[in-house]
Write a protein that binds this ligand. Structure first.
Ligand code: SF4
Length: 677
């Protein structure tokens, strides 16, 4: 494959570009949008209000993302709400001959889905103009080769058909971002790198005290890709470059689009680099058929979604990539959720791991730098094995003291998420290093709950420095000798005088079981601070965050006591327990948990993301339904239209029994009464 890329002509944008086509102004007035789609040229002035806050959900609603190829060009802005109307219909943007799309503030907020700019690109859009543009959406545009600017004077130039200097789009950007824009996207930039036409100087940072995250990045820093030279003495926040990855993984929501990019740009017969270090997962949508509405099924969307599975499976087979698949097509359930399996069987301390999912930091529980990336970054990593980044600053979170028995890592995170520093967004894009005696006392499974939820913090990634517990986990899960496991953990600590941009301290002893009120994981408060009894209709105990062995132990601990007292799940509650992998299911079976779950009236489910991504049993169906859930985020619509409260595994199990949100205490009676509390 590399041979073919070595001789491939490198595409570069000319120093001046001319964009030919119409301009679509996404205005608040639905009629104005409609008239433009019908052919009218809008003589836009600032007096015409543009839509602000256009999220990627509006550009490409979730069901649109079941498409993964140029068909996406039929759909940009299908979810765009102007007033109370949705003026954009399938195919109307593509038919309109637009080259530029203009909107107001905060364009591209929300999910990092690259389907959004790709749908725009496939519909003909080559330029987006907005008052400000969200970071990930902007990066995705750059990676795909879409020009983006906040300079509205460019609109006049496009209208007049004038040439625009490329520097208008690169001004103020760092060396790598500038290069990516000039090469029309990350792929061409990487081809130029592979051909030696771009040589990046390693950061000139002299040796300095470093955090563990910085050390791992320094050890993986790509110095000379042609000679395979990797590693620099030191890095500091702000250093920009590429790091080589140890593991790259993706799931069925992303793999098919990345595969299409690979086949179109590298070649249908080309092979990925080092397939042994790539993993794929069928985990998000294996229960979709049980959650999709009959209307959507009638529209054919279930069949479209099934194509994601097929495309990923075929690509993995052709490339010799290990795929953790569906148990049996049509027999709902997966071998494992991606994050669960990466931690259970693949990650090693000190590695760099990238995944197509924001909760990739899960593997930071054993001291990896593991972070989520977009589709183009995954596809490029299949070629180069490396990934672009800028070294982030590090926030240190110290959880001291000894936690109460019924408080868990989930409560630590709900407390951290309501900390003003985190809540105000200051931790966004940063390393989060978790430590302190209460973290040291946690198992690796519980540490993973913390690093996983670094996604909710908004951090670049989170990690816990490896210790004896890590070595014991590795020895047991990887069948390693104790000395080999300890060797993997050696020398992986932050320097005592490393610099942190912020230190957050939490007293575990003062914590109580928490809940996050519906709408945001940052809406935390202790259960006893709830204004009154909260009756629940659904209890969901699963996901990558809460489907691990120790989570099952916690559900079982509560339920075992209930069995002994002859209690069952409250008659009005649907209680689902869903494990993260087949290993966890076996663990449950060996301990008799499956039988016990059945006895109390819980429904045990095969591994899958399921209700966590609004795609399986446990989703709410109406706005009034209340769910208590151990998953990691409760943004509106995340698990159906209802009211979604987050809580720790003990609380979820106790609430399923009592029928009301209940902080569990050992040996407490939980039998449901309709008139509780
Ligand atoms: S279980 Fe939920 S959070 Fe975890 S990978 Fe799946 S969808 Fe994402």
């Amino acid at each position: 494959m590399l041979e073919a890329l070595h001789s491939r002509p490198v595409h570069r944008l000319p120093p001046r570009v001319r964009l030919q086509g119409r301009i679509l102004f996404l205005t608040e007035d639905a009629a104005l949008v409609r008239r433009q789609l019908e052919g009218e040229e809008l003589d836009w002035t600032p007096a015409v209000t543009l839509r602000d806050d256009i999220s990627t959900d509006e550009i490409t609603p979730a069901y649109v993302c079941y498409y993964y190829d140029e068909t996406l060009g039929d759909f940009p802005y299908l979810g765009l709400k102007c007033g109370d109307e949705f003026p954009i219909t399938r195919g109307s943007v593509r038919r309109g001959g637009f080259v530029a799309s203009v909107s107001g503030k905060r364009r591209g907020k929300g999910s990092s889905r690259e389907q959004s700019p790709y749908a725009e690109m496939c519909a003909g859009i080559k330029l987006v103009v907005a008052e400000n543009i969200e970071r990930i959406y902007r990066e995705n545009c750059q990676n795909l080769g879409i020009l983006a600017t906040t300079d509205f004077s460019i609109i006049t130039k496009v209208r007049r058909g004038e040439e625009i200097p490329l520097s208008a789009f690169t001004a103020g950007e760092g060396e790598i971002t500038r290069g990516i824009i000039e090469h029309g996207g990350l792929f061409n930039y990487n081809v130029a790198r592979l051909q030696g036409k771009i040589v990046l100087r390693p950061p000139p940072t002299p040796p300095r005290p470093m955090t563990l995250g910085e050390k791992i990045l320094a050890r993986h820093w790509v110095v000379d890709p042609a000679r395979g030279q990797v590693g620099v003495p030191a890095v500091k926040p702000g250093d920009e470059g590429f790091v080589v990855t140890d593991i790259r993984f993706s799931h069925e929501y992303v793999t098919p689009m990345a595969a299409i990019f690979f086949e179109q740009l590298v070649g249908p017969e080309a092979t990925v680099s080092d397939p042994g270090s790539i993993l794929m997962f069928r985990d998000h949508l294996t229960f979709l058929g049980e959650a999709m509405t009959p209307e959507r099924i009638k529209e054919g969307l279930l069949e479209v979604a099934m194509q994601l599975e097929k495309k990923q499976r075929e690509f993995a087979e052709r490339q010799g990539i290990k795929l953790y698949g569906e148990l049996r097509l049509g027999h709902h359930g997966s071998e494992a959720i991606c994050h669960s399996k990466i931690l259970e069987a693949h990650a090693e301390p000190g590695q760099v791991i990238i995944g197509s999912d924001s909760h990739t930091p899960h593997a930071g529980a054993i001291g990896c730098v593991a972070f989520g990336v977009g589709t183009t970054a995954i596809f490029n990593s299949w070629i180069t094995k490396d990934v672009r980044l800028s070294v982030p600053e590090t926030v240190k979170v110290v959880v001291r003291g000894r936690k109460p028995d019924n408080v868990t890592a989930k409560d630590f995170m709900l407390e951290i998420l309501r900390h003003p520093y985190v809540k105000s967004g200051q931790a966004i894009g940063k390393f989060v290093e978790y430590g302190g005696e209460a973290v040291a006392a946690l198992s690796v499974d519980e540490r993973a709950t913390m690093t996983n939820m670094t996604a909710e913090v908004g951090g670049f990634t989170g990690y816990v420095a490896p210790d004896q517990k890590t070595a014991e986990f590795l020895a047991a899960s990887r069948k390693l000798s104790p000395s080999r496991a300890e060797a993997l953990c050696r020398d992986l600590t932050s320097d005592p005088d490393a610099a942190y941009c912020q230190v957050i301290e939490i007293d575990a002893a003062a914590l109580k079981p928490m809940v996050a009120l519906p709408g945001d994981p940052g809406n935390g408060l202790s259960v006893d601070e709830l204004a009154g009894p909260v009756r629940v209709e659904i209890a969901y105990a699963g996901s990558c965050t809460a489907g691990k062995q120790e989570d099952m132990d916690m559900y079982a601990r509560v339920l075992q006591e209930a069995v002994a007292r002859g209690e069952r799940v409250a008659p009005w509650v649907r209680f689902y327990i869903q494990c993260g992998s087949q290993d966890v299911k076996r663990y449950c079976a060996e301990r008799g948990y499956l039988e016990m779950f059945r006895k109390v009236g819980a429904t045990f489910l095969e591994p899958s993301c399921g209700a966590c991504i609004n795609a399986g049993p446990g989703v709410s169906k109406t706005r009034d339904e209340v769910t208590i859930s151990a998953i990691n985020r409760n943004f509106p619509g995340r698990s159906g239209p209802g009211q979604l409260y987050l809580a720790n595994p003990y609380t979820v199990a106790a609430s399923a029994l009592s029928g009301y949100i209940t902080a569990w205490q050992p040996r407490m009676a939980l039998a449901a009464t309709a008139a509780r509390p």
